[in-house]
Ligand binder design. Structure first.
Ligand SMILES: [Zn+2]
Length: 478
């Protein structure tokens, strides 16, 4: 795999196609079939690019229309994701934000109202749909979506107190996290929990208590290949490896892992001919790993830079950023809008979010240099935060908002303890109780200063997946 920062000569790269060496297997047959379909796309692109040097184009308008239509009305094909509805919202919100699309205020307001209905007032956290049990995956998705929306109402919909209660309820004594009460243990849980806790600016004491032992448990999920499995002794997988590395980026504790082995595994998941990433060794290329593996690599670099005290490690991207953009822009765009896993697959919101997020990381991961854009300059996307996968400005705004919120809560608590405060009438829990009692008013927290609070978390200048609240499909395990 070349590391040159120039678009590939696609014809020359045909020499990297799979050689079966006379031994056909199910895997090799599928791999060769996939390469053949991708080769047709690359050949056609090369013919068209001779006539139009502005190709390939990111078809922004079509993707934006697909996202907005999906936010209003989903096809029956999404019925199976009834327990992952906050995910659908998040995928749409994040894909729109990297495209620089902001939906109108009325629509966003309705989205916030819907996510509030998914919140669990008793147990805390968010469920996959109204009336369902809370689950860490839709909690992560809802928190991310609300941070992207970024209005005061959206951020206020994240109830830190009950969120803390929920995270404590799914935590195991060894620091691992179950996806829901009594549910499965895996590394997604640890990532979803720490990511949500960080965005909600939990105090250092709360973080230390909730995540004691978590980094050590995550380290146990690293496999002989170098990547991480979902739990100890499972196969290395791109989605879980991202979750593990991103959780460690927030928590610390990377010294417990073998980072060079993880990096070696991750960079070898970029497919030599296709240009996109596979999720596991000997699997097919898949557009969603553009983010899971594409963001994993700079996250590992940041862990190594921190561990070794060498910030220069972050200066050079360690995967072929043009190749990834070639795969997504040439092979994964559906002409009528939405992006796909690989040629021949239908478009869906999950792949639309993670292919676009992957391009964004590829374009912007060398933060000290100008973005690297393949094709027309208009193909540039806005940056996404490689650990949380929401706009960097949304991360900062949410964090600042909740820090301020905590100070106000502490002041109220102190005043109440002194016998002259009104703390008991201002908590989010009371607001939720009023809502349950039929009052639709969502009063502002008295005393909150709104002056410096962003109402727009997305206008940044600058695998968990569909298998979340519900079981992951076998296809997405690829
Ligand atoms: Zn996929």
């Amino acid at each position: 795999m070349t590391t040159d920062e120039t678009p590939r000569n696609l014809t020359a790269f045909k020499r990297y196609k799979t050689d079966e060496e006379g031994r056909k297997t199910f895997t090799s047959i599928e791999q060769i079939k996939t390469e053949a379909s991708i080769e047709r796309f690359y050949d056609r692109y090369e013919q068209l690019a001779v006539l139009d040097s502005s190709l390939p184009r990111l078809t922004r308008t079509e993707h934006a229309r697909y996202l907005e239509t999906s936010l209003e009305n989903l096809s029956t094909g999404y019925e199976c994701l009834d327990s992952s509805r906050p995910w659908l919202v998040y995928w749409i919100m994040n894909a729109a934000s990297v495209l620089g699309v902001r939906f109108n205020d009325g629509l966003l307001n309705r989205v916030v109202d819907f996510l509030i209905k998914c919140r669990s007032p008793e147990l805390g956290g968010f469920a996959g749909g109204p009336g369902q049990d809370p689950h860490l995956a839709p909690t992560y998705a809802a928190v991310n979506a609300l941070c992207i929306i970024g209005t005061e109402k959206a951020l206020n919909a994240i109830n830190r107190r009950t969120l803390k209660r929920f995270l404590a309820a799914v935590r195991e004594p060894n620091g691992a996290f179950r996806m829901h009460v009594g549910g499965e243990l895996d590394v997604r849980g640890a990532y979803c929990a720490i990511s949500s806790a960080k965005l909600a600016a939990f105090s250092a004491e709360d973080e230390a208590k909730l995540f004691e032992g978590t980094a050590s448990w995550i380290a146990e999920c690293q496999t002989y290949e170098g990547g991480f499995g979902g739990a100890p002794d499972l196969e290395a997988h791109g989605g879980y490896s991202f979750c593990a590395a991103a959780a460690l980026a927030i928590l610390g504790g990377e010294e417990k892992c073998n980072l060079p082995a993880l990096l070696r595994w991750a960079v070898n998941r970029q497919m030599a001919f296709e240009g996109g990433f596979q999720g596991r060794t000997n699997k097919l290329v898949d557009g969603c790993y553009s983010f899971w593996q594409g963001a994993l690599i700079p996250v590992i670099q940041s862990l190594m830079a921190r561990q070794q005290g060498r910030p220069e490690i972050m200066e050079t991207a360690l995967f072929n950023r043009f190749a990834l953009q070639e795969y997504v822009l040439i092979c994964c765009q559906r002409p009528s809008g939405g992006l796909i896993d690989k040629p021949g697959k239908p478009a869906d919101l999950y792949h639309t979010c993670y292919t676009l997020s992957g391009i964004s990381v590829a374009q912007h991961c060398e933060t000290s240099r100008p973005p690297l854009i393949f094709g027309h300059a208009d193909n540039e996307l806005l940056p996404t935060h490689p650990v949380h996968n929401i706009p960097p400005k949304a991360v900062l705004d949410a964090y600042k908002y909740f820090l301020k919120h905590e100070l106000i809560e502490a002041e109220h608590q102190e005043a109440f303890c002194n016998g002259n405060g009104t703390a008991t009438t201002t908590s989010q829990e009371d607001v939720e109780m009023k809502e349950r009692d039929g009052s639709r008013s969502r009063s502002e927290t008295p005393g909150r200063d709104t002056e410096s609070m962003s109402t727009d978390g997305t206008e940044s200048s600058t695998e968990l997946s569909s298998e979340t609240g519900s079981e992951r499909s076998s296809e997405e395990r690829s």
